[in-house]
Design a protein around this ligand. Structure first.
Ligand code: ACM
Ligand code: ZN
Length: 556
């Protein structure tokens, strides 16, 4: 209907413009630090003749120019022209301003020009993302190429609160092709998020090509079948998939062009059955282990052997190739849910414990972490692990990802270790988002409605000094119960919007306004629709609903 009304308007006026726009800048998500709307009735006229003038000498601003051009192509059907100097009004000008914080920007939409100021290409890119949400959604909705777009004047001053604003994608339980991963990256970019934590190895499948160990992908990426329901039966259908090193490079480059760092996760020492199936000598039980890539959900009790030197050689060789592929400062080594029972009866593991004066198997895991961390350090990289790595003691340089609630992150911050907050209570996007499961796709369990994610306070219980160790926040999408890209997006959106808001704006608990947030999330969901992204409609779950909208926003 909206498209039809817009079409009539355009035909009736004969000019390919939109009706005068209300000022959309108050709807931005994540919320900027400060937004000052201009006088009513004052506009910048964006047209296909608007030029982009990049006056910075920063090569990375080309990615912001590309993003502005993606908007132009969607709205006008073509890219804007570039120029190197300002010759008159009607331009989008990008200027260097070193007083802008890292990733921050100033965006001034004035009648003469749109001016973006930034100290880095990332800042300019985030200004372009704000511009994308200021462009009325109808301009994206219509298939007609517009000739002019009137953007209300506004000044925005903005910068992120946290340096780490992440999303974890599990590609092992279900495999996502490169196009789907790129679409996830596009989604992250719209939300001004800057880390993709790529969960690449698991009991259920090894997903990254390692040249030195070809069986990892030839055998370890395949499972004979997959469990149905909640470990109720088996489907009898072989399942597999992996990324070649060429695929990985393509994803890393695509992400970097959107200022997103990809952090690979290689699970050590648990969650490793994919690797053990390929190379049984990695396991405590060797050939006798009869290892098979795990067809169930949950954690296999089989584990890599921490007693044998050959296992360390394997981990280091794998990480060597991983480091070549991923320029990220951090490498994630997993470390969660390691089932240490096999270590208790393994002569190699027990010998290692004895020879190194370790107290128990938890300390053996710390020994593993410390050797791996030293190896990463020797290559100029830093280690992240799930909060279990705290258990047998951890080095001061390790960064902790707090998932079993916030306690791991709190302990880490109090010890002076950096932490990333991703408590399952707020950030597990594979949990149900509604209590009414009638029309809901099957999920792992749990209950994390949108408002709950928005309630996350990454600084809870921490003193100002301890708060300095919180690097940021992350939403995690485990994919046991998520078989299609459509469902992936449904589970991620709109809760990713809440993660983004905490990561970028981090409003103080007393300043949070759930109704304002939900209104902005719902507004952003119209953009999700035009970009072709599925999303859950339970905006008002647990929030006083606007009765007239309650019905519309149910179901999936
Ligand atoms: C985790 O959810 N096992 C990190
Ligand atoms: Zn062992």
């Amino acid at each position: 209907m909206k498209h039809f009304i817009l079409f009539i308007f355009i035909v009736a006026t004969g000019i390919f413009t939109l009706p005068a726009q209300v000022n959309n800048s108050s709807n931005l998500l994540p919320k900027p630090r400060s937004t000052t709307p201009g006088h009513e009735g004052c506009y910048f006229e964006l047209t296909p003749d608007t030029k982009i003038i990049d006056l910075t000498d920063d090569v990375s601003t080309k990615n912001a120019v590309a993003e502005i051009n993606r908007i132009a192509v969607a709205v006008f059907g073509k890219k804007l022209k570039n120029d190197t100097s300002v010759k008159g009004p009607g331009n989008i000008i990008i200027r260097k301003n070193n007083s802008c914080p890292a990733e921050g920007y100033l965006l001034d939409i004035a009648p003469e020009n749109i001016v973006i100021q930034c100290s880095s290409g990332a800042g300019a890119f985030y200004a372009a993302q704000s511009l994308k949400q200021i462009v009325p959604v109808q301009a994206f909705e219509t298939s007609i190429d517009l000739e002019t777009l009137k953007l209300p004047t506004v000044k925005i001053e903005d910068a992120p609160h946290f340096a780490y604003r992440g999303f974890m994608l599990d590609c092992s339980r279900h495999f996502w092709d490169v196009e789907t991963v790129k679409e996830v990256i596009d989604i992250l970019a719209v939300h001004k998020m800057n880390r993709l934590h790529w969960h690449l190895t698991e009991d259920q499948g090894w997903r990254i090509e390692i040249k030195k160990y070809p069986l990892l992908t030839k055998k370890g990426s395949l499972r004979e079948e997959t469990t149905t329901g909640h470990n109720e039966g088996f489907d009898g259908i072989p399942y597999g998939g992996y990324y070649t090193q060429k695929d990985i490079k393509e994803v890393v480059k695509y992400a970097a062009e959107r200022f997103i760092t990809v952090i690979p996760e290689i699970e050590i020492p648990g969650h490793s059955l994919g690797a053990l199936c390929a190379y049984p000598w990695l396991g405590c039980r060797g050939e006798e282990g009869n290892y098979k890539t795990w067809p169930m959900w949950g954690v296999s009790p089989q584990i890599a052997c921490a007693g044998k030197e050959s296992t360390f050689e394997f981990w280091e060789n794998v990480l060597e190739e991983v480091i070549e592929l991923f320029p990220s400062e951090y490498i994630h080594i997993g470390g969660d849910e390691a089932p240490r029972d096999e270590w208790k009866v393994c002569p190699h593991c027990q010998k290692r414990i004895k020879e190194n004066g370790l107290k128990n198997e938890a300390e053996l895991q710390s020994y593993v972490n410390s050797r791996i961390e030293n190896f990463l350090k020797s290559k100029g990289r830093r280690m992240i692990g799930w909060d279990e790595i705290l258990e047998g003691g951890v080095s001061q340089d390790a960064t902790i990802m707090s998932w079993r609630g916030a306690s791991g992150g709190i302990t880490a911050a109090r010890k002076g270790n950096y932490a990333i907050m991703t408590p399952n209570s707020h950030c597990y996007l594979d949990y149900y988002q509604t209590s009414d499961r009638t029309d809901e796709p099957d999920a792992i369990g749990g209950y994390v409605p949108l408002h709950k994610t928005y309630e996350l306070n990454p600084y809870d219980k921490l003193t100002p000094e301890e708060q300095k160790y919180i690097l940021g926040v992350q939403g995690n999408l485990w994919c046991e119960y998520i078989p299609t890209p459509m469902q992936l997006q449904y589970m991620a959106l709109p809760r990713l919007g809440a993660i983004a808001e905490i990561g970028w704006s981090n409003p103080a608990p007393e300043d949070k306004d759930i109704n304002d947030f939900v209104d902005r999330a719902k507004n952003l969901s119209r953009y999700y629709s035009v970009f072709g992204w599925n999303f859950a409609k339970h905006f008002y779950e647990g929030v006083t609903p606007k009765e007239d909208e309650k019905k519309v926003y149910r179901g999936w």
